[in-house]
Each structure stands twice: as C-alpha cells, then as structure tokens.
Write a protein that binds this ligand. Structure first.
Ligand code: 2HA
Ligand code: ZN
Length: 275
C-alpha cells in the first residue's frame, strides 16, 4: 500500500485540512507531528526512500530515540497537504541519542520538517512521559487565543481560569488547565525547552501573541482540544467586547460550579487553579 493510503497518513492530512478550514493556518502558519507506532512503521517501511543525512535538532532527549514521526514540512502550507502529501509532509527517523533526525519518506525536492520540529520533539518526549498513549503534537495560529494573550495576564492560572469559565465543558476537556509561554522567538531550542517544561504539566500551551500547542493520543482528541480552547478564547473576546470592554461580567461560572462539574464527570481539576 502506498504510504499516502495508510490510515494514519490519511488522518494526518485530514487534520491539516480541518485546521486550514478553521482559519488557523494562514500561509505556512502552524505545524503537525505524529509519533508512529511500531506497526505503523512496519506498514510504511516498504515505501521508505534511501534515508537522507542526519540533521541535528538543537535539542536532545533520549525518551523517543529511534522512533519515527510524520511531520509537516518547513514553509509548507496546510491547505496543500491533502492534495500532495509527498511534497508537503514526510516521515523522519530519530537517532539513537535523540539529538538528530533524518528523512526517510516524503518532503520531496529538498523540503525539511517543520521549523518547530525541536518544540514538537521535546513536547512529544515530555507528553509521552506524562501519558504513554500520547501521539500527536499540533501547533496552530488560533486567532482567539492570540487576541486573548494581549489583554489577560500571561499566567497559567489566570489564563486557564478564564477559559474554564467561558464554557461549561472546558474544565472537563482540560481539567489540568493550560500553560502560558511568554512571547519568545519561534523556531529554536529556547522556545522548545520553555514549552516542554509546561507541557510536562499541561496538555496544551499557549504561545503569547503567536498561537497554541496541544497534545493528544489521536487526531480527534488533539484537534478537539485545540478547538475547545480556541472556542472558549473567542467567547471571551466576544463577551468582553459585548460587555463594553470590561472584564467584570454580570454572571459567572463559579469555582464551586467548576468543582461540581469535575466531580460528576469524574475528572480531577487542577487544585492550584480553583479557590
Ligand atoms: O510557520 O507556525 O511557528 C510555521 C509556524 C512557526
Ligand atoms: Zn507558529
């Protein structure tokens, strides 16, 4: 079977398309990586090309040494992935120390994995340590989250509470809350380490004035998490605008409401984020 026809590749391409349809991927904005299972590597291996040269990632973590990832390409547009996977995405293998990758399929004509591959790799390492089922890391330029990052404190607790309070089921979807990375230059090892420090505790991290990173065990869960966070952020922006710009609303979901919801939905709320 051609690599393009494997289920995980089709699911990956669909997620790129879904993110574009949401308006989260202007130009080459955003990127997606997927940690392949042993079975998926075995199914794909007959279609691998001659491996290309090893490239240092600028970060190092042995947690996922020797593993294979499907990744969007640097400078590639999410809107083009579905029509031409082999030029826009590719499979990379990680070396045995977890410090370099090499391309084994796709990314044709000299393309490279996403410029945020160091952040993706470090996030995969810490998320898989926190949750062994984690497979997906997704970065999107979600407008509501970006807007929110200009007008609320860039603190994990404050940001998480606002999101939880904007829509009843948010706290069930991400009861740990979200981390917030202050503005940093994207694309390098500094932002990769800063983000992975937060992703060790949270399933999602906001990049101030830039967008969002989420994780998940499959495409539906990771996309759903980004979708839920972004919807709550957009609700906050719209509610605040409708409220004359003030952040003092007439009605609230209270801390007791959040705790009661988590009790009945059998999830554990981050105790540091409620009074
Ligand atoms: O252009 O989103 O953060 C891809 C990006 C970099
Ligand atoms: Zn970005």
């Amino acid at each position: 079977m051609a690599i393009e026809d494997l289920d995980f590749v089709k699911g990956f391409c669909r997620m790129c398309d879904d993110g574009f349809a949401q308006g989260w991927h202007e130009r080459n904005g955003g990127n997606l990586t997927y940690l392949m299972s042993t079975d998926e590597v075995a199914a794909a291996r007959p279609g691998f090309d001659e491996p290309r040269e090893w490239v240092a990632m600028g970060v190092e973590d042995a947690t996922l040494a020797g593993r294979f990832f499907l990744s969007t390409g640097s400078g590639k547009y999410m809107r083009n992935v579905m029509d031409d996977p082999a030029h826009n995405i590719g499979i990379v293998e990680i070396n045995e120390t977890g410090s370099a990758y090499r391309i084994v399929w796709g990314l044709l004509d000299g393309a490279k994995p996403t410029s945020e591959f160091p952040s993706h790799y470090m996030n995969h390492c810490v998320r898989v340590a926190a949750d062994p089922t984690n497979r997906v890391i997704y970065h999107s330029h979600t407008p509501g989250v970006i807007e929110m990052s200009f007008i609320v404190p860039l603190e994990d607790r404050a940001f998480s509470r606002i999101l939880w309070q904007m829509m009843t089921e948010c706290v069930v979807v991400f009861p740990q809350g979200v981390g917030v990375v202050p503005w940093m230059v994207p694309g390098g090892s500094d932002i990769a380490y800063a983000t992975s420090k937060l992703m060790a505790k949270f399933p999602a991290a906001v990049w101030a004035h830039h967008g969002l990173f989420v994780s998940g065990p499959d495409f539906d869960t990771a996309f759903g998490l980004a979708h839920t966070i972004e919807k709550a952020a957009e609700l906050y922006i719209a509610t605040r605008a409708a409220n004359g710009g003030s952040d003092k609303f007439l009605n609230y979901i209270t801390d007791q409401d959040l705790k009661d919801t988590c009790r009945d939905f059998h999830v554990e709320i981050n105790p540091d984020f409620v009074d």
